[in-house]
Design a binder for this molecule. Structure first.
Ligand code: F6R
Length: 607
C-alpha cells in the first residue's frame, strides 16, 4: 500500500525513480509524485493519475538525489495536492507509506508554530516536524527526533534542498529496503523496484533509520545505535517482473501457476519422504506437542485457510479453526498454548494479519507458523516456523498464483502433521508425493481450457450479479471464484455452499442471475446435482465446471466446462484455475483495469 523509491547517484535519478514506481504501482495507483534536489532547490512533479502520466510530466526533470511515491489514499482524496512528496517550507520533502495515528494532535501543534498545511494527508506533519528540528542542518538527527513523536506505521524517505547527496529513510510497520550499488544507493518498498539498478539488498528491520550517501550508508536501530545488517543478493530477475508475452500481470500469473507450484513443492518432491524440517528447525519439537490449529488470514489467503481446514481435520485428524484476521484480534478468545497459530499471507505485510499474529502471541500462543510468499517479510520474521511459497512476485492486485501455492503449502502441512500423528501410512505418503509431483502438469491441462472459458465469459458481460456454488472443500473455491469476479469485473458475486441455496439465496435466482458451480467428482456430487436442478427449475442459467465422469450434460441453460479427471484431495487447486480465468475474461469483456481494479491495492498495510 503506497510504494516508495529513493535514489542518490552521480547521474540523473528521475528515470530510476519512475521505473521503480512503475514496478510498485500495484501497491497503490491513486496518484504519484517525485521530488529531486537540484541547485539547492526541491523540484517536485506530481500527477493525479498513473505513473505513466508522471513519467511524461517529469521527462525534462534532472536531479542526482530524489524520492518518489505512488499512492493509495488513506487521509485525503486522491488529488494532486494530496499526492506525495510533501514539502515543508521549500526545504524538506517526504514520501510516506503507512498511517500516522496522532497526526491531528501533531497538526494542531505545528499550526500553532506557524506551519501551513497544503494537503489533507497525515504525511505532511512528518515533513513539517522534520523541518522544525532541522535548525542545525543535521537531517538524520532531525528525522530521528521527528520519528520519536510519531505514533503509527511508516516507511519514509526524506531529502533536504540544502543537502544534495543525502537521503534519510526509516521504517516501522511498513516495509523498506536498501539497494546497494557502486557509489550509488537506493531505497524502495520492495525489490522489484530496484532490479533495474542492483541486486544487492539490505532488509531494514523494524525501527531502523538509515542515512544513505553516495559512497556509503549508515544504519541505526530502533534505539538509535549503529547497526550492521547483512547484504543479500536478490534471487529475483527482471523477467519475473516483466509482462512478457501477456496482456496483463493477472493473465501471466495465472499461467505461471504450474511453475510456481513446482517451485513451492521442489524440495519435497525431490525427496522420498516428508519431514517437519521443511517448516523450520524447531518444527520437530513443536509439531508433536500441538493439539489444534488456528488459521488467521485475510481475503484470498483466508480462503486458502478454509480449504486447509477440511484437509487438516480429515487427513491429520487435528481440530482446526479459521478466522478472518481483522475479526480475531478484536474479539476475546480463549488461548490454548498447544495451538499452532498459522498465518497465511502473500505479501507478509498485511496489517490485519500481522496484528492478529501479534495478538495471538500476546494472548499466550507460542507456536506460530507463517505461510508466505515474501522472504524477510514481517510475518515471516515474527513467526517461529515458516514455509515460503515460491510463487515469485505477484503484481496483479487479484491474487492467483499465491493462492494455489498457499494451498500446496497447506497440503504439505496437513501431510506432515498427519505423519507426526501416525495417520499417514508409508504407502499413502508415497501416493500423495506422487500426486504432488503430478500437480504442475495437471494445472497445465486446466490452463489449456482457456479458449473455452474465454467463450463462456461472454455470457457474463451484461450481467450485474452472479452466484457461485460449491460443496465441501470446494465451497472456499466458490468463495474465491466470487471474490475474483467481483474485484476485477465489478460484478456483484456471492458464493454459497450449494446445500444452503434453499435456505434463502434461491430467491435471487432468475434468468439474469448466472449460477457458476464447481462440480468435482467427489462424494458430494449427487447432492450437488440436486442443488443444480433446483436452480435450473427456477430458470437460472448454470455454468458448471465439471470433472470428467460427473455425467452432468450440456443442455438448454446448462453450460459445461469439462475439467480433467478428479484430482482427489488436490482437486480444489485445479478447480481454482478456471474460475480465475473466468473472472479475467469477464473483466476483459467489461473493459475494466484488470491489474489495478478501482479502490484496491496490493499489500494492505493499513487496518
Ligand atoms: C484478493 C486479494 C486479497 C488478499 C488479501 C490478503 O485477490 O488479493 O484478498 O488476499 O488482501 O493479502 P495477503 O495474502 O498479502 O495477506
Amino acid at each position: 500500500m503506497c510504494g516508495i523509491v529513493g535514489a542518490v547517484a552521480k547521474r540523473n535519478v528521475v528515470s530510476i525513480l519512475v521505473n521503480g514506481l512503475l514496478r510498485l504501482e500495484y501497491r497503490g495507483y491513486d496518484s504519484a509524485g517525485l521530488v529531486v534536489v537540484r541547485d539547492g532547490k526541491l523540484d517536485r512533479v506530481r500527477s493525479n493519475g498513473r505513473v505513466a502520466e508522471l513519467e511524461l510530466k517529469s521527462a525534462n526533470t534532472y536531479g542526482e538525489l530524489g524520492i518518489a511515491h505512488t499512492r493509495w489514499a488513506t487521509h485525503g482524496v486522491p488529488s494532486e495536492r494530496n499526492a506525495h512528496p510533501h514539502i515543508s517550507r521549500d526545504l524538506i520533502a517526504v514520501v510516506h507509506n503507512g498511517i500516522i495515528e496522532n497526526y491531528e494532535t501533531l497538526r494542531t501543534g505545528l499550526t500553532t508554530q506557524g506551519y501551513e498545511f497544503t494537503s489533507d494527508t497525515d504525511t505532511e506533519v512528518i515533513a513539517h516536524l522534520i523541518h522544525s528540528h532541522y535548525a542545525q542542518g543535521n537531517l538524520l538527527a532531525a528525522t530521528q527526533q521527528a520519528l520519536a513523536q510519531l505514533v503509527g506505521a511508516y516507511a519514509i524517505g526524506v531529502v533536504a534542498a540544502d543537502n544534495p547527496h543525502q537521503l534519510i529513510a526509516a521504517r516501522k510497520g511498513s516495509p523498506l529496503l536498501l539497494g546497494v550499488g557502486e557509489c550509488e544507493h537506493f531505497v524502495a518498498s520492495d525489490m522489484s523496484a530496484l532490479l533495474q539498478v542492483t541486486k544487492n539488498v539490505v532488509y531494514l528491520e523494524e525501527g531502523d533509520v538509515v542515512e544513505v550517501n553516495l559512497a556509503d550508508y549508515r544504519i541505526f536501530d530502533a534505539q538509535g545505535k549503529a547497526a550492521q545488517r547483512p547484504v543479500h543478493v536478490s534471487e529475483l530477475n527482471n523477467d519475473s517482473v516483466e509482462l512478457g508475452e501477456y496482456q496483463h500481470y493477472m493473465q501471466k500469473e495465472i499461467h505461471e501457476q504450474p511453475q510456481a507450484l513446482a517451485n513451492t513443492l521442489e524440495s519435497v518432491c525431490n525427496s522420498q519422504s516428508l519431514v517437519p524440517g521443511i517448516f523450520g528447525a524447531e518444527a520437530n519439537n513443536i509439531f508433536p506437542k500441538i493439539e489444534n490449529i488456528l488459521i488467521l488470514a485475510c481475503g484470498t489467503s483466508h480462503h486458502a485457510g478454509m480449504v486447509a481446514r477440511y484437509w487438516l481435520e480429515e487427513l491429520a485428524g487435528i481440530q482446526c479453526t479459521v478466522e478472518i484476521a481483522s475479526e480475531y484480534r478484536y474479539r476475546t478468545s480463549v488461548a490454548n498454548p498447544k495451538t499452532l497459530v498459522v498465518t497465511i499471507s502473500q505479501s507478509g505485510e498485511t496489517a490485519d494479519t500481522l496484528a492478529a499474529l501479534n495478538h495471538a502471541k500476546a494472548t499466550g500462543h507460542a507456536f506460530t507458523l507463517a505461510i508466505c510468499n515474501v522472504p524477510e517479510s514481517a510475518i515471516i520474521r515474527q513467526s517461529k516456523l515458516r514455509l515460503l511459497t515460491r510463487a515469485g512476485p505477484e503484481i496483479g492486485v487479484a491474487s492467483t498464483k499465491a493462492f494455489t501455492t498457499q494451498l500446496a503449502a497447506l497440503f504439505l502441512l496437513t501431510l506432515v502433521l498427519a505423519k507426526t500423528r501416525g495417520r499417514l501410512s508409508a504407502e499413502k505418503e508415497q501416493q500423495f508425493l506422487h500426486e504432488l509431483r503430478h500437480l504442475p502438469s495437471a494445472v497445465q491441462k486446466v490452463l489449456a481450457l482457456e479458449p473455452q472459458i474465454a467463450e463462456m465469459s461472454k455470457h457474463f458481460a451484461d450481467k450485474h450479479h452472479a452466484l457461485f456454488l460449491g460443496r465441501g472443500l470446494h465451497y472456499p473455491i466458490a468463495l474465491e471464484g466470487a471474490l475474483k469476479l467481483k474485484e476485477i469485473s465489478y460484478i456483484h458475486a456471492e458464493a454459497y455452499p450449494a446445500g444452503e441455496l434453499k435456505h434463502g439465496p434461491l430467491a435471487l435466482v432468475d434468468k439474469d442471475m448466472p449460477v457458476v458451480s464447481v462440480a468435482p467428482n467427489d462424494a458430494l456430487l449427487e447432492k450437488l446435482k440436486s442443488n443444480l436442478q433446483e436452480v435450473r427449475a427456477r430458470g437460472g442459467e448454470l455454468f458448471v465446471f465439471a470433472d470428467a465422469d460427473t455425467q452432468i450434460k450440456e443442455a438448454e441453460g446448462i453450460h459445461i466446462l469439462q475439467m480433467p479427471e478428479h484430482a482427489g484431495f488436490l482437486s480444489p487447486i485445479l478447480h481454482t484455475v478456471p474460475l480465475q480465468l473466468l473472472a479475467y475474461y469477464v473483466a476483459l469483456q467489461k473493459g475494466t483495469d484488470v491489474d489495478k481494479p478501482r479502490n484496491l491495492a496490493k499489500s494492505v498495510t493499513v487496518e
